[in-house]
Write a protein that binds this ligand. Sequence first.
Ligand code: KG4
Ligand code: ZN
Length: 366
Amino acid sequence: MDTLRAPPQTALTVLGIETSCDETAAAVLRGYPGAGSEILSNIVLSQIDEHAPYGGVVPEIAARAHIDHLDGIIRRALDEASVKLSDLDGIAATAGPGLIGGVMVGLMTGKTLAMATGKTLIGVNHLEGHALSPRMMEDAPFPYLLLLVSGGHCMLATVRGPGDYALHGETIDDAVGEAFDKVAKLLGLPYPGGPAVERWAASGDATRFALPRPLLDRKADDPHFLNFSLSGLKTAVRRAVEKEGGVENLNDHDIADVCASFQAAVADILARRCDQAMEIFCAQEGRPGSLVVAGGVAANQMLRTRLTHTAEAQGFTFVAPPLKYCTDNAAMIAWAGLERLALGQSDPLDLSARARWPLRDLTPPD
Ligand code: KG4
Ligand code: ZN
């Protein structure tokens, strides 16, 4: 069980359900916005073994696995939390974006539970789950600057509150996690690629391969000033490997050096963009604030260390969720639902699941 800072008299208890990709997850959390929370249970069943032979997530396999396991995972989450359905204040389920089959399984289950118990349903945007995740445990007051880096998304935004995001920049091609996964695949490393690349990079020479830092030198009047581009970097890695005679010619040293060089390029890109965005944040808010990093790639220890220094150099506080709350989990979905529930949101039982649902389409609860 993790820290409790919520005053018990105001605390809300929420069940979270997450099924948007390859993790079947349920969690029960008790807390209140601005006061942190107690994570009573956090069950994550990874489907990695089922997808690994294909080198990536297979949507049909993911949806079937969610159907097979979600009931049992929810039961475990409630049992471990010693919470009955009747004790809940709300049921929060991911309603998108993600693989539509999986999202439908989770949302439908959330709706059924809400209908059977009469509890409030909250359809949570998965990206908002990541974006608000540091507030579960850390004191991260609004507004803060968010770098969201996951397998499907890469963006910088000022977060003013639930549903209130001012986008500074986003990727124009691959997401950062996607780039890690593709580089790993190219090198024959296991899926998911991020953790594998990080492990290999630890013993590599980051200066061995000169890789590009796409879009980095854009001026403030360029429309891509704060955007990201990762696909050129991925192609440069492929060319570097080809120049060495192909992946079959690489020994362990070479693979470690490619991983380290790639990771260093990503770190430079992210650090520079955060630097620029922090300057804009200061100009807009009149003071530094927190730099929050969330999403699966935020689990990367080297990037966390680098961005901590970047933040501190501009007087910002670096905030990132503990590692287990960076990658997909249902505690962050319960928390985002809780923040919206506290603001009075309740979603209808005919709420639709969405494959696409950008943060910019969200609005604060009425
Ligand atoms: O947030 P997440 O669990 O799922 C999405 O919403 O996409 O992020 C998964 C992504 C994958 O691309 C994975 O390779 C990457 O996060 N990732 C990492 C690390 N751990 C996970 N990337 C770099 N370093 C890591 N340690
Ligand atoms: Zn995610």
